[in-house]
Ligand binder design. Structure first.
Ligand SMILES: N[C@@H](CCC[C@H](N)C(=O)O)C(=O)O
Length: 276
């Protein structure tokens, strides 16, 4: 099977994006791992597949696969790249695009400057829906690791996130704690592990150890989750700049019951064909 693809990235969180409308795409976890491999494949954090939606009320469905082959519910940077992909390939002429993912519906807006805004939906805090094992919903939860206890906040942005506050993001042991949090038994579907340094009420620094990938240069849903948890803890304002290793995202959250809005870039790298 030969597939046309586009390599894209959102702040260095990189994707192989495949048009599953004009070509037949049958991905297995093994094929996703091959495409994602940085030595023997194209290399990416996630593979995204654009498909015809189930309902005429939305414009597209897009599916998200982590580099380890697992299919997941949501991807913020991927959503922005998806929006640019369907516009650039003229799969739609709309500037407001409605898309269905395994995590729910999203609306994306492509701006004149090519940045994309995404309505990421209302964050979910009920532990059983994250999913996270806890006796009751709380702002923070103690999480026992082998060597120490962390104080985490937990939220779903369609996909699960645990966020820990750190003093200094540069020296935070993300590569050690990240895998322990990701695989913690209290997160039955595993979890994306974010580490956030608060710089001011309008500015944070963030590193994310992503479920199914490892540490990435940026995580869109992770940035939304970090701002939601920081707001709930009374540490952040409504509009926050999130500085990730790969660049900056603007996140807005008005609070309880409101959707999170994310704005940032989406970049084409190259087009190609691959034999699977
Ligand atoms: N990079 C993404 C998140 C991708 C999915 C995540 N690894 C998961 O397993 O939930 C983003 O920008 O949000």
């Amino acid at each position: 099977m030969r597939l046309r693809f586009t390599k894209m990235h959102g702040l260095g969180n990189d994707f192989v994006v495949i048009d599953g409308i004009s070509q037949k795409v049958r991905l297995t976890p093994d094929k996703v791992r091959k495409l994602s491999d940085r030595h023997f494949g194209i290399g990416c954090d996630q593979v995204l597949v654009v498909e015809v939606p189930d309902s005429p009320e939305v414009d597209f469905r897009y599916r998200i696969f982590n580099a380890d082959g697992s299919e997941v519910e949501n991807c913020g940077n991927g959503a922005r790249c998806f929006a640019r992909f369907v516009r650039d390939r003229r799969l739609t002429g709309k500037t407001d695009i409605r898309v269905q993912t395994a995590g729910g519906l999203m609306t994306l807006t492509v701006h004149e400057d090519d940045d994309v805004s995404v309505n990421m939906g209302v964050p979910v805090l009920a532990p059983e829906h994250i999913p996270f094992t806890a006796p009751a919903q709380a702002e923070t939860y103690p999480l026992e690791l082998e060597s120490r206890q962390l104080e985490i906040s937990a939220v779903s942005m369609g996909n699960p996130h645990a966020v820990t506050l750190v003093e200094d993001i540069d020296s935070a042991p993300v590569e050690v704690l990240g895998p322990m949090v990701e695989a913690h038994p209290r997160f039955p579907a595993r979890v994306n592990a974010g580490f956030m340094q608060i710089v001011s009420p309008t500015e944070v620094r963030l590193r994310v150890f992503e479920r199914g990938v490892g540490e990435t240069l940026a995580c869109g849903t992770g940035a939304c989750a970090a701002v939601v948890t920081g707001r709930i803890r009374g540490l952040l304002d409504e509009r926050v700049s999130v500085h990730l290793p790969g660049g900056k995202l603007e996140i807005r959250w008005a609070g309880d019951g409101e959707p999170v809005i994310m704005k940032g870039p989406a970049t084409n790298v190259f087009h190609g064909q691959v034999k699977l």
